[in-house]
Design a protein around this ligand. Structure first.
Ligand code: C5P
Length: 321
């Protein structure tokens, strides 16, 4: 397939993958469930394992389905070139942190709010692309960034808090919202940096994208395991790594692993900035599905700032009696 076709195909698959991952992840974290809920840190590890396996199969295909050649390439590129491999430890460590943060965010925010806020990564990606890759942005791209930030501000506009008796509950949900937003903001910086760093490595060297993904994934697996034992070690020891897994959990894991493959392809055939704009299309899809299916997104919230402006305008024009 020609490069431009691969570019649009990978961008299209990315929109589908992002929308389904966000909705399934959110649904899987909030669904009433008897027994222990699955450990997010374990889902990160499972996705990483699956991604490595898929990439090994892709390298196997690249080498004419020859076990001998596969073995040779893996030894040559992974065991012998440890300096090259070490370069990927940085984005990998950052991605692992980010992947864990996203579970924190989606446990505290509705799917649409999360999606819109996370699009701030387009801004961080643009800034990192300018500083690390020497890219330049056109007027339309800058304008899109401004519109995007306005969208984020609208969704994050505080809703009115009703008085007691739900006061306590509201305080809790407000602090949970803050935790969610903070997690997303840190993830935005990490996404921008790690994405551009990976793009730099991919475009400055000739190695296959799937091989690079295995190198990235190996560190991801290592950091993911460290994270899982650090945060959920006790729980893993008593109930196992796969406690609370159900079909939905496996769906999240597969979608997360698929995301790793699609994102690598998008970074190779398109670039990180286009990737950001493609995933923002999934905001609209997520908002519609979140409203109809999960029923946890209130579109009138987006209009609240407009009501505030209108009221301020009316008040300022009211004549004293
Ligand atoms: O939101 P963002 O686009 O930064 O998400 C990137 C996701 O893709 C992360 O989950 C990261 O682990 C994964 N990834 C990957 N392989 C790559 C690049 C990213 O698995 N080569």
């Amino acid at each position: 397939m020609a490069s431009p076709q691969l570019k649009y195909l990978s961008l299209g698959v990315l929109v589908l993958q992002t929308t389904s991952l966000v909705l399934t992840m959110r649904y899987s974290r909030t669904l009433p469930w008897e027994g222990p809920r699955y450990l997010a840190s374990s889902a990160v590890v499972s996705a990483e394992l699956l991604k490595i396996l898929a990439c090994v199969l892709l390298v196997f295909k690249e080498n004419g389905y020859s076990i001998q050649d596969l073995n040779m390439v893996l030894t040559q590129e992974i065991v012998k070139k440890h300096k090259e491999v070490l370069k990927l430890a940085i984005p990998s460590c950052i991605y692992t942190l980010q992947n864990n943060l996203l579970y924190v965010a989606l446990s505290n925010l509705d799917a649409a709010t999360y999606q819109v806020t996370y699009q701030l990564k387009i801004l961080t990606t643009a800034l990192f692309s300018i500083s690390m890759l020497g890219r330049r942005l056109g007027a339309y791209q800058w304008l899109s960034l401004v519109i995007l930030m306005a969208g984020v501000a609208l969704v994050q506009w505080p809703t009115e808090v009703p008085a007691v008796p739900e006061e306590k509950q509201k305080q809790l949900s407000a602090s949970s919202q803050l935790v969610g937003v903070l997690a997303v903001l840190v993830a935005c910086v990490s996404s921008g940096f790690a994405g551009v760093y990976f793009e730099k490595i991919l475009k400055e060297t000739k190695q296959s994208v799937w091989l690079r993904n295995i190198q990235l994934g190996l560190f991801g697996l290592l950091f993911g395991l460290i994270g899982m034992f650090a945060y959920d070690g006790e729980s893993v020891k008593t109930s196992g790594m796969f406690q609370g897994y159900n079909v939905l959990t496996w769906t999240v894991v597969v979608l997360q692993a698929l995301g790793g493959l699609v994102i690598a392809a998008v970074i190779k055939y398109a670039d990180n900035i286009l990737k950001g704009f493609a995933t923002s299309i999934s905001i609209i899809i997520s908002a519609v599905i979140s409203f109809f299916w999960l029923q946890d997104f209130d579109p009138t919230r987006v209009l609240l700032p407009l009501y505030s402006c209108r009221n301020a305008f009316i008040n300022s024009h009211e004549r004293p009696a």
